[in-house]
Structures are given as C-alpha cells and as structure tokens.
Design a protein around this ligand. Structure first.
Ligand code: SF4
Ligand code: SF4
Length: 113
C-alpha cells in the first residue's frame, strides 16, 4: 500500500502533539479509541516495521508481550488512528496492513478525532 508523504509542517505538528493525544485518548477517552478501532480495516501482516529497534521484537516479528496475554500496552494496539500510519516512516506507510476508508477518515476528522 503506497501512501504519500505528508507536508513537512503537518508532520511537525503531528510529531509534537500526536503522542500526547494518543496518551490522552488511550488513558482517558477509551470511547474515542474504540470508535476509531471499530472503523479500522485490514489486518496486521507482521511486517514488524512499526516495532523496528524495540528490544521486545522477536525474530519472527511478533512482540514477546503477546505471549504474556498483556494486550493493554499502548503500542500493541497500534495503529489506533489514521495519522499514526500516514505521518509515520516510509516503511510503515508502505507496509502496514491497516487502513481507514476515506469516508471514515472524514468522519473522524469532522469529529476532531
Ligand atoms: S508492540 Fe511495542 S513492545 Fe511489542 S515489539 Fe512492538 S514496539 Fe516493542
Ligand atoms: S506496521 Fe502495521 S502491519 Fe506491520 S507489524 Fe506494525 S501494525 Fe502490523
């Protein structure tokens, strides 16, 4: 899936505020998180690029925490929002098997999600 690179100014804004927003939503606004996840399409193809460099990444590209049944980790839910793919590295943009349909992305952004 080839997704185009976003403009620099937007990437800077997302870099500055994206992580705070994600922390806020996953901890205090689970309703928003669940809505966005319900609109997510596709599936994880285990490419492992979103976990690049993490010491918990196993050789088969699985996360070792999966085997402990600990799925409440923020990064295990990745991606929760379209921006987490679209404003990510080229590897993630091109390889991630998840996506949101355009109509759902507009719904999310209209509702400031
Ligand atoms: S899901 Fe999180 S903890 Fe697991 S390998 Fe990926 S980045 Fe690391
Ligand atoms: S980038 Fe997407 S498809 Fe690849 S391992 Fe991460 S969540 Fe799965």
């Amino acid at each position: 899936m080839n997704r185009k690179k976003q403009p620099l100014y937007k990437r800077i804004i997302v870099k500055l505020f994206g992580k705070f927003y994600y922390f806020y939503v996953t901890n205090f606004r689970r309703d928003i998180m669940k809505k966005s996840l319900s609109l997510r399409r596709g599936e994880c193809n285990h490419c492992g690029v979103c976990c690049k460099g993490c010491p918990n990444l196993l050789k088969n590209n699985d996360c070792k925490f999966w085997y402990r049944g600990n799925c409440d980790n923020q990064c295990l839910m990745f991606p929760v929002f379209p921006y987490q793919i679209e404003f990510n590295s080229e590897d993630v943009r091109n390889n991630c098997g998840y996506y949101w349909e355009e109509k759902d992305k507009s719904w999310l952004s209209k509702n400031k999600i």
